[in-house]
Design a protein around this ligand. Sequence first.
Ligand SMILES: Cc1cc2nc3c(=O)[nH]c(=O)nc-3n(C[C@H](O)[C@H](O)[C@H](O)COP(=O)(O)OP(=O)(O)OC[C@H]3O[C@@H](n4cnc5c(N)ncnc54)[C@H](O)[C@@H]3O)c2cc1C
Length: 596
Amino acid sequence: MNSYLAPLRDIRFALFDVIGAEALYQKLGIVNAQREIMDAVLDEAAKFTQNVLAPLSAVGDEIGCVHDKTSGAVTTPPGFKEAYAKFVEAGWNGLTAPEAMGGQDLPESLGAAAKEMIDAANLSWGNYPLLSHGATEALKNHGEAWQKEVFLRPIIAGQWTGTMCLTEAHCGSDLGLLKTRAERQADGTYSITGTKIFITGGEHDFTDNIIHLVLARLPDAPPGVKGISLFIVPKIRVARDGTVGARNNVMCGSIEHKMGIHGSVTCVLNFDGAQGYSIGELNKGLVAMFTMMNTARLAVGLQGLGLIDRAYQNALRYTRERLQGRSLSGVKNPDKPADPLIVHADIRRMLLTCKSLAEGSRMLALHAATQVDILHRSQDAEEKKAADELLGFLTPIVKGMLTEWSVECTNHAMQCFGGHGYINESGMEQIARDARITTIYEGTTQIQALDLLGRKIMQLQGSGMRRFLAMIQSFCEANAQDEALTEFVLPLAEVTKQWGELTIEIGRKAMGNADEVGAASVDYLFYSGYVALAYWWARAVATAHAGSYPDDYKTMKRETARFYFARILPRIHTHAATMRSGAANLQSLDAALFDS
Ligand SMILES: Cc1cc2nc3c(=O)[nH]c(=O)nc-3n(C[C@H](O)[C@H](O)[C@H](O)COP(=O)(O)OP(=O)(O)OC[C@H]3O[C@@H](n4cnc5c(N)ncnc54)[C@H](O)[C@@H]3O)c2cc1C
């Protein structure tokens, strides 16, 4: 049966040893972030996710959420509501929230480590606090003082949850098309009317109230994205003084039946003159919503990571136990009728793909999360600017690649189980189904790729990328003379140089033909992801090599890095060739001729 054991050792290695988060937290003056406290937080997160959340994952998949058409109420799977109550009681919901608002003020990157465990244990359940965390960020950064008191405080306390309402039937990736209307009322509130679809956590039984953050358009708003405003629309009305009133005019019309994440409710929400308050500047709602979306994008990247790890650890256990066939190089298990699956080269290829992508992704994602800490807490304007640029560059890579790798790796892990992976009982097919949404919501892979190449590289002149390249270059220079690292440092320096050249080449082509951006963007995203992970793998080996780790641990890191450099990194050459082939092979066939 499918199980979950939190990878605490590798989380600590990535966060504290490779990234050096402890020193960073001290520099940023995060008083609560002492090592004993953080170790205790990680240990408790492991216990909670393994013992409370993981056992509910299969039942969430089997039973899913139930919608009562008459009342609009949604019942979540058995045990979900009780797990949420325990989560709130233990203070997890406010782990990284400001102390002044009732939170524990711990670093976002520590929260990210805990979040990986939550998602690995039970992705569906994790979506509810994920949305609350996004709403927290939007309210914290853009809310007025009274809005923070009235809405943010109860969300941080876990008393209410949040949602993010962007999507409409005709408006998904292109938010400029949204039609939901907001009309100003005499009392300064807004009347919100429209239908939002696919809203995660739009209705549930965890809490009495749900705070929807809704994108809508004023009657005189300019067309497109420049005419979008953001509104707070509670399920139960709340007055400015915090008094809770009557039911608001927002109802869950139906819930979706879908491929995976059955325990995470996906709602059609009908707003019929619902009372709302504007948040942030009118017609600049996208700015406030982007705060929420960027938080959520990193969070969805962590979902990908959690799933890769869960899939991998189950495949590893199974391939060590299951006896099938004999090793091609001679019998390895003479006392048994067959050798374990793990002796076979291709099983090892799949396992090592999962392992190298999981451990590499962990360093990439946790490092990105430390940039959030710097951005939120540094007093130094230049340091904040650097973190902002680096984070902007890394976010589409974390979201795009960790989710794409989760789709790849959960399928590898299922393949390791053979037919036993395809049937429900092993739980492996659930992980593969659950993973599939991660490349779609919070901006599809294509949208992440356009954000990376079109916006972060071309529009912003690659400021974030330059900072990342400088990190790699300084690592390569510092370790150039270390013979133990040459096998990683030399190829890393070479692919980093090629990455820079390729970026200039694609950028030049795109100046002449905008279609080149779209044609190159997804390959560019993948290329960037693979080079970024090569850097983190080289750093992992350097850290293990220099530290006082047991020899087995050093060997494990080095051999996994060797696998990564030999068998995963070369994928960049295909991506480079495809990018260089240009836009013409995609654009020259007339759309009308596709079916001729
Ligand atoms: C389970 C689930 C939960 C969700 N939760 C929420 C939620 O809580 N809140 C919310 O607001 N939304 C939510 N969504 C909506 C989700 O964010 C959208 O489905 C997603 O943004 C894509 O929009 P779409 O489905 O309309 O696809 P479309 O935008 O129609 O895209 C279709 C395809 O075209 C591609 N495409 C679109 N534009 C471009 C372009 N310019 N260049 C290249 N390719 C392009 C896309 O990548 C995609 O492959 C959820 C969706 C699901 C399925």
